[in-house]
Each structure stands twice: as C-alpha cells, then as structure tokens.
Design a protein around this ligand. Structure first.
Ligand code: SF4
Length: 351
C-alpha cells in the first residue's frame, strides 16, 4: 500500500502522542501487576543512601564529577568547564511526550531539564539551556518537590536530563522526595560522557540509564564536542557499567519501563556519528536485545552552520543505511518510532 505524506503526518502526530502505536494497551490508573520498588528506596531501607549523598556532596569541593576533571571548588563559587554553580539550575519540568514509548505511556515522562552541560557540542539542539545556562537556581528541596509534582500528575518516571554536573543535588533531592512518597523509576538521561567512579556511586539509586552514544571516532568527538577526544572510549566504558548495573530494559505489564538501559544514537550527516561501528559494538559487547533508539531528527543548530560536514540534515538514505546496519548486526530491540520511520521511507522508496 502506498503511504501518502498525509498518512505519514498523521502517524507522526500519533507517535508524538505515543498512545496508539504503543505495543500494549495502556489504561490510566490501572495498577501495576508486579510488585516493584525503586532502587533508591531499597538503598534507603539499607541505610546507605545518606552516606552516598555525603560522599557525592564532598565532590563539589574539588569537582571531578565528569571526565573534564576541572578540580574547581564549586562550594566556594568557582566554576569549571560546565559553568554550573553548586545549586541546581533548572530550565523546566513537565510531562514529556517526545521520549521513547516505554517512557511516555499515557501520562508522559516526568522530565526535569537541568541547565549547563559538561560536553557542549557545536550542534547542540538545547543550546540556550546547555550552553547559555538559562534557567532558575533552586534548592534541593525545590527539586524534590518537582519530582513529587510530576508523580502526582501521573508521570511514569523521573527523567533527569543532563544530570552529570548536578548528581549530588539529585541524590539529595531524591532522598527528600522519597520521604514525601516518591515511588517512580529514576532515569539518568545523559550524554554518556561519564566517569566510571561516579557511575559506581549511582549503583542502587538509578533505575534507568539513557545515555547517548554520539560518536565512535576520537577526531569527530574532539571537533564537535569541545575537545572531548576521549568521548568514544569513556562513553563505551560508561555504558558497559550502566548495563552491568541495570541490564537490558525491563517493562511492566503495561509496557512502561521500570529498569534498564536505553541507548540513543543520533544519525548525523556524512557518517559523522559512526553508526556502523556503534551498532556492531552494541551487538558484540552489550547484548543484541539492548534497547537502541536510532534517531533521524538531526537538524542544523547552534554553531553547526560553521562546519560544512554537519551543516545539513540527514537524507532518507543515510537513515535507512543506519537501520540496515542495525539489522545486519542483529539488534532486536530497536525503538518503535525508528522502525516506523524506516518503514515509511522504505514504502516511499519502493512506490
Ligand atoms: S561537572 Fe563541571 S566543573 Fe565538574 S568536572 Fe565536569 S565540567 Fe568540570
């Protein structure tokens, strides 16, 4: 059957609302069938969470929270590469319906956008937040209240976007929120540029890790992410650690994510992202059933106009090539929206 542009736009809209294409029936208010306890709740029951927060806060005095290892004393107001203060700066918090279907459900992913970033890519699609640090400085107690609010309005998880430089605040806020009844999966939604030592501190606290894997090539990483030539190696190690902690993605009976890893990979023009190497690595090193979202939405933003190689959107052919590689290396848990888009382009190509 020929798929028209109108069909595609309609399907895209439905994908945005993330309901009708969901693989399982979703009913608001229906009880989860399985007894599930968030990781941080168990750690608190073992009286270990407070100690973890204390250790994390001490890191602010010589900040090495991320691989930039600036060594600044953020408690004294010094700022490192990310320019983040010691308190969290938040741009917005709300239900988000543009995430992967197992995160969105019917009520959305409870997303908190942190300002500032430790990677600062030239093609950043959130540059006013990540590069310019727009947002409001808050207390950890406020952050906890945001988590509780997102839970009250029915969100299915707490989605912490760009959390790396505010990890201690997040831990503290989570414990405060737990005492107020927080009972949602905690998701660490990160660029992937994480230190192993820091990730180990998150073991037993984070339920879902959602790292990017942006590039597989050191030169591309250095060129487009502010000199972070170690990004491919650091991020591969980080994802292996995340996978060790929480494993492949597990869903409840309604198809909502409870625990596990989701990897996002943005296809870039001219094979800049190294997609073939990436999917091969996932298949060989992690698991073929790793949830992978191969994304087509690259757009020219921020300073990407200054780099000819990435100063255009991707073609349908580039996206199809990426999906073909995922298939070739045997990945079995690809994001539904990527698969729908692949089907659309294939229909268009054959019609
Ligand atoms: S979190 Fe910020 S200040 Fe700390 S090491 Fe990373 S870039 Fe530097």
């Amino acid at each position: 059957m020929k798929l028209t542009r109108r069909d595609f736009l309609r399907d895209s809209f439905l994908l945005g609302s993330s309901v009708l294409l969901s693989p399982i029936p979703l009913h608001a208010g229906e009880k989860k069938e399985i007894q599930w306890i968030p990781a941080y709740e168990k750690l608190e029951a073992e009286s270990k969470l407070a100690q973890r927060i204390k250790q994390a806060y001490a890191l602010f005095e010589h900040c090495e929270l991320c691989p930039r290892k600036c060594g600044v004393n953020r408690r004294k107001g010094e700022k490192g590469f990310c320019r983040a203060p010691v308190k969290p700066v938040i741009f917005s918090y709300h239900p988000h319906f543009g995430e992967e279907i197992p995160l969105v459900g019917v009520k959305g992913s409870g997303t908190i956008f942190f300002s500032n970033c430790n990677l600062r890519c030239v093609f950043c699609q959130n540059w006013p937040i990540a590069h310019e640090g727009r947002g409001k400085e808050v207390q950890d107690e406020d952050l906890a209240d945001m988590m509780i609010h997102l839970q009250k309005i029915g969100c299915h998880n707490i989605n912490l976007v760009t959390p790396t430089h505010v990890m201690p605040n997040i831990l503290n806020a989570t414990r405060i929120a737990l005492k107020k009844g927080l009972h949602l999966p905690l998701m660490y939604n990160t660029s992937g540029y994480e230190r192993l030592e820091i990730l180990k501190m998150l073991e037993g606290i984070v339920d879902i890790y959602k790292p990017d894997m942006k590039y597989m090539d050191v030169e591309k990483a250095a060129k487009y992410s502010a000199g972070a030539s170690d990004y491919p190696e650091v991020t591969k190690k980080a994802i292996i650690e995340m996978h060790r902690q929480v494993g492949v993605l597990k869903l409840d009976h309604q198809g909502i994510a409870l625990r596990g890893v989701i990897i996002r990979h943005l296809v870039m023009p001219n094979r800049v992202a190294g997609t073939e190497k990436f999917v091969k690595w996932v298949a060989e090193v992690l698991s073929k059933s790793t949830y992978v979202n191969i994304m087509a939405q690259y757009r020219v933003e921020y300073r990407a106009y200054d780099y000819p190689e990435i100063a255009r959107g991707i073609t349908a052919q580039e996206f199809l090539e990426a999906m073909d590689w995922a298939e070739k290396y045997g990945l079995t848990n690809l994001d539904q929206q990527s698969l729908s888009l692949r089907n659309f382009y294939q229909h268009r190509r054959s019609s």
